[in-house]
Design a protein around this ligand. Structure first.
Ligand SMILES: Nc1ncnc2c1ncn2[C@@H]1O[C@H](COP(=O)(O)OP(=O)(O)OP(=O)(O)O)[C@@H](O)[C@H]1O
Ligand SMILES: [Mg+2]
Length: 302
């Protein structure tokens, strides 16, 4: 009898175990079905026993796929926004060129007083399109890796002096003081000279463009902990706090109308960021409305 009872108890235990395993397996199968149906939030949750490991692996795989999918959706949105932005930016000058050409065809060509004005407008808009296409090609080359930096030893002080000299007339037209502080004890960096020149040009161009007349634009540099940091500081209008996190995005402009009026396409800072990333460097901005802006980029010393 005792023997029979023990056998029954063992059988009941085995039955309970089979039932428990069956429930665990059903939980896993249920989760797999939900995942297959596209519910990437479905998870098995903690399970004991041998199946616990399988459940953990399945859940972590689902986490990874969900994150990758979210990233893919974000990239897809960025791509769609980018195409819409490019089309819009090209359409505006194209429409202007067409309108001026039509006006000329319809008789303005005979009007000696206004003819030149219209032709200049056509040229200005064509230049704008050329600049946009050039910037897009630069970004695309940086994106595809076709323009990986060709590193050499670069003396940033010499480079900044060159760029400052080139942009001096632009600053002069607005009676801006364009000052370059001596770069003391700043070692050379390893980088692509042409690309670093573009970084300095884009930052200085912005500082000059957005700072009102009689303001100050100052370039300085410092070295610390194996890195060189170059700063471009201005006494311009500053940038609102909510715009700061987006300022390096392609086509982002605080004041679209104002930037367009100044011939901008909103790609200058995106190019700066890309070049810095390709160099293992970084770029940052500090700014408060009404108190000017300071853009700084930092690179490992050679
Ligand atoms: N020094 C600055 N002071 C104030 N605002 C700035 C400054 N630099 C950039 N910005 C703001 O950031 C935006 C993005 O700058 P970015 O250089 O990318 O584009 P852009 O100057 O408008 O056009 P592009 O450089 O393509 O000619 C500008 O439109 C402007 O609103
Ligand atoms: Mg710019």
């Amino acid at each position: 009898m005792a023997c029979l009872l023990a056998a029954l108890a063992a059988l009941a235990g085995a039955g309970a175990w089979v039932l428990w395993r069956g429930r665990q397996a059903a939980r896993i199968a249920g989760t797999v079905s939900r995942l297959q149906a596209g519910d990437w939030d479905a998870r098995v949750g903690p399970l004991g026993g041998e199946l616990g490991r399988l459940a953990r692996d399945l859940d972590s795989l689902a986490d990874q796929v969900r994150d990758d999918l979210a990233q893919l959706r974000r990239s897809d949105q960025v791509r769609k926004d980018f195409t819409a932005n490019v089309s819009h930016e090209l359409r505006t000058p194209l429409a202007a060129i067409k309108a001026f050409a039509e006006t000329l065809r319809e008789g303005a060509a005979e009007d000696a007083e206004h003819r030149m004005e219209f032709i200049q407008e056509i040229e200005r808009n064509a230049d704008r399109m050329t600049r946009l296409v050039d910037d897009l090609l630069t970004l695309s080359a940086l994106d595809s890796g076709a323009r990986t930096p060709a590193p050499e030893s670069v003396d940033l002080m010499q480079l900044a002096a060159e760029v400052t000299a080139t942009l001096k007339p632009l600053a002069g037209r607005k009676e801006l003081a364009l000052r370059m502080e001596p770069f003391r004890n700043v070692p050379p960096v390893r980088g692509d000279r042409g690309q670093l020149k573009q970084v300095l040009t884009n930052l200085l161009d912005n500082a000059i463009k957005y700072t009102p007349e009689k303001g100050l634009v100052r370039v300085s540099a410092a070295a610390a902990e194996g890195r060189v940091t170059v700063s471009v500081e201005d006494t311009g209008p500053g940038i609102p706090a909510e715009a700061l996190p987006r300022i390096f995005e392609r086509f982002y402009r605080v004041d679209k109308a104002r930037s367009r009026e100044l011939g901008g396409t909103g790609l200058g800072l995106a190019i700066v960021k890309h070049i810095m990333e390709a160099h293992g460097g970084s770029v940052s901005v500090e700014s408060r409305p009404g108190e000017g802006s300071t853009f700084s980029f930092s690179l490992p010393a050679a």
